[in-house]
Design a protein around this ligand. Sequence first.
Ligand code: MG
Length: 157
Amino acid sequence: MRIGFGYDSHRLVPGRALILGGVHIPSTLGPEAHSDGDALIHALIDALLGACALGDIGQLFPPSDEQYRDISSRILLQRTLGLLSEAGFHPRNIDSTVILESPRLGPYVEQMRGTLGMDLGIPAAAISVKAKTKEGLGPTGQGLAVEAYAVALVEEN
Ligand code: MG
């Protein structure tokens, strides 16, 4: 067993779709990003890569590379799982926290767990997504950014 940790944040701007954990969330603001800016999946990718000491998302999918423009982060997650598999590992369970002031994410958590479970090939029961706010504190609390933290446990095949 090995453990990995990941973090991501994106500035929120008008005119971008808000996608978190692969789920589209109705919002007037969305992440400024080269890809679709799914901060939860980005944190998760870094946690999975970190567990296997395979580098980080910026090295593997550089924002300077045009092939990743507006790409679904679920595709990046699939490629990450391929790298894990080549290295001889598979994910066992995930814990995560998403911090967003508005809209409230509670109603979407179950859908995120199901989507991530499908992508990771593990039951939703092994995937935790916790939604928090910063109660108005700091830039994220003022609704200027979304943040996500993730921990992943992986097992050698
Ligand atoms: Mg990101």
